[in-house]
Design a protein around this ligand. Structure first.
Ligand SMILES: [Fe+2]
Length: 366
């Protein structure tokens, strides 16, 4: 299986993971000859699909949580948000059971790095982003050896960290293009609105409420809404800040294409001198698959390959399958283990091969 841009779809490629949009099935597993759906997929904001083809046969993409858990969590969060918008009541019991399912998966697969980005369309972004951010936050919590109760509070707070966005006017929250200064200040209010919303929910742990309030605070005082700094920024707030920014950068938005994992990792490392907690960034980045299985990369000899397997603890040196030589000609696929062939390195990931990486703006990660 591999993840490819919809522009690269060919007739012999079969869909390997179902493509859905707002709960409707668009392309089922096993469907081939799907190039004709490309304009529709693009209209829905779906830019990538998982496919099975001859070159990627037998490549598996393990993930820290199962597809079922991820989809279930997103659906429950979406329904909870809809019910909340209609009734102003927020029922957390179902959310708590979702968080528990994710914790069970994460503790069951201690060595599996996070590989998959959900390929949902833009209008579902807030929900998919919240679930992915929770998975990343829980992976940091796992490394910190939190007990299950602490993980549960961290998970629930992270799942609801952006709940205040429901209160922000849709036309501003989902505006295509740059926000005015005034609009950006308004969007920033989601942190306070989220906290106020969760204050009205009985039995919500205060630490979970605080995540909504503090996830945009930064260690150097440059964050919002209160500009807290140093020890005033709790460990939960530091964890969710890292998870939130990493997921925002590595996900496609209507106004910006996603960044490759390596570049997002470098961004966090660079900012960890000031904004993010260095130790937590380290714990997080060592658990990422920087070049996930099934992704296309360019090697230092200019050949093109697919990533087949990860080497534990060596995220920059997986096992790869060469499919094109340095002259761009297809070759009979062969594998190279990059921890055995130290003279060969990965110089570009799929996204870097295909296009320029867009710059990031404050609103992207705010
Ligand atoms: Fe936020």
């Amino acid at each position: 299986m591999r993840l490819i841009s919809i522009d690269m779809l060919k007739p012999d490629m079969k869909i390997a993971r179902a493509v859905t949009n707002k709960d409707a099935l668009i392309l089922p597993v096993g469907k081939s000859n799907v190039e004709r759906y490309v304009p529709n997929l693009r209209n829905m904001g779906i830019e990538y699909v998982y496919v099975e083809d001859e070159k990627s046969a037998d490549i598996e993409i393990p993930d820290a949580i199962s597809d079922v858990t991820r989809a279930n969590c997103k659906q429950v969060l979406q329904e909870t948000a809809q019910k909340f918008a209609a009734t102003d009541r927020l029922d957390v019991r179902e959310l708590e059971s979702c968080v528990d399912m994710v914790i069970t998966d994460i503790l069951k697969n201690p060595d599996v790095q996070v590989s998959l980005n959900d390929i949902a369309s833009n209008d579902e972004y807030t929900f998919t982003h919240s679930v992915s951010t929770m998975v990343y936050a829980l992976m940091i919590g796992r490394k910190l050896k939190y007990n299950e109760q602490t993980l549960s509070i961290l998970g629930l707070g992270t799942l609801l960290h952006d709940i205040g966005k429901i209160i922000i006017e849709h036309s501003v929250m989902y505006k295509e293009g740059a926000l005015s200064k005034q609009e950006y200040e308004y969007v920033k209010m989601h942190a306070l609105y989220g906290y106020q919303t969760l204050m009205r929910v009985p039995n919500m742990p205060e630490q979970a409420r605080q995540i909504a309030y503090t996830h945009h605070e930064r260690l150097d005082g440059s964050g919002y809404p209160r500009g807290l700094s140093g020890a005033e920024v709790s460990e939960f707030a530091r964890i969710v800040a890292i998870a939130d920014v990493y997921d925002a950068l590595t996900t496609d938005r209507c106004y910006r294409k996603k960044w490759p994992a390596r570049k997002a990792m470098e961004f966090l490392l660079e900012k960890s001198q000031k904004e993010f907690d260095c130790k937590l960034v380290g714990l997080f980045t060592q658990q990422l698959a920087i070049y996930p299985n099934g992704s296309m990369i360019r090697l230092s000899d200019q050949s093109i390959a697919l990533v087949c397997r990860q080497n534990a603890g060596m995220p920059l040196r997986p096992v790869v399958r060469v499919i094109q030589n340095s002259r761009g000609e297809d070759v009979r696929p062969y594998e190279i283990d990059l921890i055995k062939q130290l003279s060969v390195t990965i110089i570009e990931s799929e996204l870097e091969i295909r296009r320029d990486i867009p710059a990031v703006s404050a609103e992207d990660i705010g």
